[in-house]
Design a protein around this ligand. Structure first.
Ligand SMILES: Nc1nc2c(ncn2[C@@H]2O[C@H](COP(=O)(O)OP(=O)(O)OP(=O)(O)O)[C@@H](O)[C@H]2O)c(=O)[nH]1
Ligand SMILES: [Mg+2]
Length: 216
């Protein structure tokens, strides 16, 4: 029998993440890991996106404490599991493994709202198909320069609160220059998770990704 030796916490985490991803693929599920600062609009973005999707969806909410966000999601009749990390600044694959056991779905999209933090969640794969970096114009245009890891690793960057861009000092060219340097092939969307601008384009792209995945 082959014995696997794992060198450190990250390697152990990534081993579990890989197993999760294989299991989700068998169940025709696409899982998306949404990462952004506290208040960037992660919950609002997930809810607005699900409104536009025809596909079955579920949400895993990651917070240090409280069930505030999962109650918001449940109010829309969407299946949701809350993970309270009890102090940890990110979700890990073990936590997701436990949460998935209570979501008996197939043929669906699962949105994971990671703990509000632009740093720690970037280092921990959780079995997702891809990461979304969610940044909002009110946080400023320098985020890719100051928090490069997540913008480098995320296949998609969403610039949220675009309805507020005229009220804040946000230089789009500067933001995208920083982003392109880190992640030249990354995909970007500009949205307002309150007014709905840009959500249709993003949702269509997402459904297309799901189709591509399960055509294989
Ligand atoms: N104007 C505007 N406000 C937004 C938008 N998206 C979110 N908000 C507001 O921003 C605040 C925070 O939104 P949430 O969706 O709770 O943000 P979050 O990232 O989930 O926050 P945490 O879970 O606490 O990290 C709320 O008051 C939202 O109504 C947007 O696109 N435009
Ligand atoms: Mg939230």
């Amino acid at each position: 029998m082959e014995i696997k030796i794992v060198k450190d916490v990250l390697e152990a985490n990534n081993y579990i993440a890989k197993t999760i991803n294989e299991d989700l693929t068998k169940r025709n599920i696409m899982m998306i890991n949404i990462i952004g600062s506290p208040g960037a609009g992660k919950t609002s973005f997930i809810l607005k996106t699900i409104e536009h999707l025809e596909v079955k969806c579920a949400v895993i909410e990651g917070d240090i404490t409280s069930d505030i966000d999962s109650r918001k999601v449940a109010a829309y009749g969407i299946p949701v599991v809350q993970i309270n990390t009890g102090g940890s600044c990110h979700l890990n694959a073990n936590m997701i493994d436990a949460a998935l056991k209570v979501i008996p779905l197939e043929n669906a999209i699962i949105f994971v709202e990671n703990v509000g933090n632009l740093v720690c969640p970037a280092s921990f794969d959780i079995g997702e198909d891809f990461k979304v970096a969610l940044s909002s114009v009110t946080e400023g245009d320098d985020k890719p320069y100051k928090y490069p890891a997540i913008f480098k690793k995320a296949m998609v960057t969403v610039l949220n609160k675009i309805d507020l861009v005229r009220y804040v000092d946000f230089d789009r060219d500067y933001f995208y220059k920083g982003l392109k340097t880190l992640n030249p092939n990354g995909i970007t969307f500009e949205v307002s998770s309150v007014l709905g601008d840009g959500i249709r384009e993003w949702s269509e792209w997402l459904e297309n990704q799901l189709m591509q995945k399960y055509k294989k």
